[in-house]
Design a protein around this ligand. Structure first.
Ligand code: HEM
Length: 329
């Protein structure tokens, strides 16, 4: 709900309202999840999409993303009625691009930009947040170190700071151990479960000694890259944030550069920095506000389609006294 509402705020200056209501309004999240499952399967034989969705008039009407689509269409219409509002959101920039480059950006592309943002930036970020919360909470030593670091940050604040001030970007970045947890989470459980494809351009390419002609589909899967023992060590199958702190800073940079969580090259994720901002601020703030205990780690399941989505992450939350972390030794 948080991840969706943030995307709403960034894209349209308007939350979907999930956090306020605690409800999956109009089943928008449910439909997006279904669409990801559809994409994961049908995306393997993309021509089928033409028959199932695009060309088929009945199924076209039942498009699984329709609720998100109607929400975004409504936001575009509202924006066009009063363009002076919300001038810093992404929708305003997309509309600006349509005015500036009418030959490239038509109405369809404007809708695509907006919907891709919502679909691409919500579930992915939510998966990362769950990965962080589950893997930190179920490892006491890791959790203790993260909480100790939050406490250090709180103690370093000027005495008159309002205790409700959320953890800032700079504070989140200064938490070296938590940043190692973040990199480890991006390595251990990249949200995209499938190969990110590319098409070999004119002239072909030689990859690992094999010549591939133009038009060949090639790609990598983040899960296989990230579990490579030559890159990340013999214990690459384990969640161990310390691996990022034990190596030289040069080696850590190399390991980070090889992370494939956000893809690579020209089509790499455009929302990477927004996602890093969310993860850097949200998770420490969550652990600052609550003592978190997983109800039953055995219930945690990962189901893969286009995305590797978790279920069963139920937790007990106990509100922390904001002063407690400052007082803790
Ligand atoms: C942890 C969160 C996220 C993950 C793991 C993630 C992952 C990815 C991946 C793997 C790709 C394809 C890259 C490739 O083929 O090389 C992608 C593309 C994209 N992402 Fe993200 N993403 C995240 C968050 C976001 C956010 C917050 C936004 C928007 C604010 C966003 C918007 C997009 C868009 C628009 C594309 C398509 C880019 C293009 O085709 O040129 N993503 N993302």
């Amino acid at each position: 709900m948080y991840a969706f509402d943030v995307i709403g705020e960034i894209t349209f200056s308007k939350r979907f309202g999930f956090l306020e209501t605690g409800q999956d309004i109009n089943d928008m999240m449910h439909h997006t999840a279904n669409f990801m499952t559809y994409t994961g399967t049908i995306g393997q034989v993309p021509n089928l999409d033409w028959y199932f969705r695009i060309k088929n008039p009945i199924l076209h009407v039942l498009r699984p993303t329709s609720n998100i689509l109607s929400f975004t269409l409504k936001q575009i219409q509202e924006h066009e009625k009063s363009p002076e509002k919300n001038s810093r959101d992404l929708l305003s920039r997309f509309i600006e691009a349509r005015q500036k480059y009418p030959d490239i950006v038509d109405d369809d592309l404007l809708h695509d930009y907006t919907n891709t943002n919502v679909a691409g930036g919500s579930d992915t970020t939510a998966i990362m947040l769950r990965t962080l919360v589950f893997n930190i909470t179920t490892r006491k030593q890791v959790l203790d170190k993260v909480v100790a670091e939050i406490s250090t940050v709180m103690k370093a604040r000027p005495k008159d700071t309002d205790p409700d001030t959320p953890i800032t970007w700079a504070e989140g970045l200064s938490m070296t151990y938590y940043q190692a947890c973040l990199k480890e989470a991006m390595r251990y459980h990249p949200p995209t479960a499938q190969i990110l494809p590319r098409v070999v351009p004119q002239g072909g390419v030689e990859l690992c000694g094999v010549y591939l002609p133009a038009g060949t589909n090639v790609g990598c899967n983040a899960w296989t890259v990230h579990r490579d023992k030559q890159l990340y060590g013999e214990d690459a199958d384990e969640f161990r944030p310390e691996r990022w702190l034990e190596v030289s800073s040069e080696q850590a940079k190399k390991m980070e550069a090889l992370l494939f969580t956000f893809g690579a090259g020209k089509r790499a994720c455009v929302g990477k920095n927004i996602a890093l901002l969310e993860m850097t601020k949200f998770v420490p703030e969550f652990f600052r506000r609550f003592e978190v205990r997983v109800v039953d780690a055995g219930r945690y399941r990962i189901t893969s389609s286009w995305l590797a989505v978790q279920s069963g992450l139920d937790v007990y939350l106990t509100l922390r006294d904001p002063a407690a972390l400052v007082a803790e030794v």
